[in-house]
Design a protein around this ligand. Structure first.
Ligand code: S3P
Length: 168
């Protein structure tokens, strides 16, 4: 199998963006982040899109964004936590699930980072969302990495896995 792109999935705050930046450097690939692209295109924050246009509208933007980004090949793409749930991830993507416990994620997210995420307003609701989503993340993943430690401790596991595969 030849993969077009590496797509990182996982719950909010699991570290997809940080992992993606490091991974792209190590693999000499371009890095793109779906949320950042949407914010740049819309000229406002994700929180404002949720507030002013609603979640359903945001989900249509995500699908459009991932479709457009994957017209190009050879990239590391960080997705928002809802992409695997609400969007189709194009075939020929090597999907890496950044698998961290909810408690680890909560401890990792600063108050500032939490405030950026409308679906993290309420911790109990976020935990219910986490429980509802993890089976989908696992089922979609080409590869899952235990991300409960710091990034330097597990990044080489992802790099080794990918170096063994053919990614354009
Ligand atoms: C969401 C995750 C967020 C962002 C939006 C919705 C979700 O991205 O796309 O707030 O539904 O899980 P991160 O996973 O980068 O936090």
């Amino acid at each position: 199998m030849v993969y077009d792109n590496i797509v990182l999935i996982g719950f909010m705050g699991c570290g997809k963006t940080s992992v993606g930046k490091t991974l792209s450097r190590k693999l000499y690939k371009d890095f793109v982040d779906v949320d950042t692209v949407i914010e740049a295109e819309q000229g406002c924050s994700i929180a404002d899109i949720f507030k002013n246009k609603g979640e359903a509208y945001f989900r249509t933007l995500e699908q459009k964004c991932i479709n457009e980004l994957t017209q190009k090949k050879g990239q590391v793409i960080a997705t928002g936590g809802g992409v695997p749930i609400y969007s189709e991830i194009p075939e020929k993507s090597l999907i890496v699930y950044i698998d961290a416990y909810f408690e680890v994620i909560v401890n990792r997210l600063s108050a500032r980072e939490r405030a950026k995420r409308p679906l993290f307003d309420d911790e109990a609701k976020a935990k219910a969302l986490y429980d509802a989503r993890i089976d989908t993340y696992k089922a979609l993943a080409t590869f899952s990495v235990d991300a409960n430690q710091t990034i330097p401790t597990f990044i080489h596991v992802i790099v080794d896995y990918i170096l063994d595969k053919r990614v354009l």
